[in-house]
Design a protein around this ligand. Structure first.
Ligand code: IPM
Ligand code: MN
Length: 362
């Protein structure tokens, strides 16, 4: 940028000037924002504000989706809206879901009809969840990530009921694991490990009981590992991993695991590394055929709505993952540095106060 105003001098009206014009054009990113329910709209608004404060131009289109929208007009998500969302550079989502105990919305209707429809419909087959913090069990900080398969496993929806409501009722819920789905997830984990502080991939599964699915995952990891000789490889049963995550999380680099194990482990990992209020996630379509979606790991937290207590840091960290995805690494690094520096208390300064404090430190 020129520091002085006025017309460019002949000397600057050359190559540099064209580069500057190009830079301005490429830094406009078209982002769909789904604030959603509970604290979702408040934390995404702060995330957008912090990103804009770095000079990044976000062209935001708001989509009103979630429990409130469903209760108003019955709309969840149709194919036309899904295709529209697919065209954006990225989607930033706050949280989806009714308050606990709200019986007006059947359990799973929004989760399956909205969030999973987005994940499956946009083929967001990676759920990347990085964790960084100083766990109680360690004197020093640790940095690891969960690469969660995001379109298969028990989430795929295989199963059904027979003789509903009778004493002979049957309910099945299968886990779908395709060679294709497992392999693309495992490959992503190894690629990620190459540039991770600790170049190590740990498969977490339950191969001693889930012998069919576990065997497929284990064979794929062993096979893909041969192509990455510089990456250390490990395996743990999911129950043992729960102990290690609490007692020695520094042993991990990248954890690769199926959809359900990844869901459960990421709440534990969030709690261990400073609280779920910081945990971010990227639902990625690495092929970039569809827009990717960025959201905090936490939920709608209806109990603290309107109390100015929602921590926007998970949404802000998710926005950093979005900036990585669209190639704005410098802006992401600046925000991450401000977050690392931040020592305020949301209970004292409030939701917008946290964002103000970060913007001051940018
Ligand atoms: C998450 C959430 C979702 C999931 C729910 C809301 C469907 O817990 O993103 O971790 O289970 O994946
Ligand atoms: Mn979860």
């Amino acid at each position: 940028m020129r520091s002085s105003g006025g017309l460019p001098s002949a000397a600057t009206f050359g190559e540099n000037e064209v580069t500057e014009v190009e830079r301005v054009i490429v830094s406009i990113h078209r982002v769909a924002v789904i604030g959603g329910d509970g604290i979702g709209p408040a934390v995404t608004a702060e995330a957008v504000r912090v990103v804009r404060a770095t000079g990044i131009d976000l062209a935001v289109t708001e989509f009103e989706l979630g429990a409130a929208r469903y209760l108003r007009d019955g709309f969840v998500l149709d194919d036309a809206t899904l295709s529209e969302l697919s065209q954006f550079d990225a989607i930033l989502l706050g949280a989806i879901g009714p308050a606990i105990g709200d019986s007006r919305i059947p359990s799973g209707l929004l989760e399956r009809g909205l969030l999973l429809k987005l994940r499956f419909g946009l083929d967001l087959y990676i759920n990347f969840r990085p964790f960084r913090g100083v766990p109680k069990s360690l004197a020093e900080g640790c940095e690891f990530a969960i690469v969660r398969e995001n379109t298969e496993g028990p989430y795929a929806g295989e199963g059904g009921v027979l003789r509903l409501g009778t004493p002979h009722e049957v309910a099945t819920q299968g886990s779908v694991n395709t060679r294709f789905g497992v392999e693309r997830c495992v490959r992503y984990a190894f690629e990620k490990a190459l540039s991770w502080p600790r170049p190590k991939v740990t498969l977490v599964h339950k191969t001693n009981v889930l012998t069919f699915a576990g065997d497929l995952w284990k064979r794929v990891v062993d096979q893909v590992a041969t192509e990455y000789p510089s990456v250390e490889v490990d395996y743990q049963h999911v129950d043992a991993a729960c102990i290690y995550l609490v007692e020695d999380p520094a042993r991990y680099g990248i954890i690769v695991t199926d959809n359900l194990f990844g869901d459960i482990l990421s709440d534990l990992a969030g709690a261990v590394t400073g609280g779920i209020g910081y945990a971010a996630s990227a639902n990625l379509n690495p092929t970039r055929v569809h827009a990717s979606l960025f959201e905090p790991v936490h939920g709608a937290a209806h109990d603290i709505v309107g109390k100015n207590l929602a921590n926007p840091l998970a949404a802000i960290n998710s926005a950093c993952l979005m900036l990585d995805h669209v190639g704005e690494f410098a802006a992401a690094t600046r925000i991450r540095a401000a977050v690392a520096d931040f020592d305020g208390d949301v209970a004292v300064i409030g939701t917008a106060g946290v964002a103000d404090e970060l913007i001051r430190r940018l």
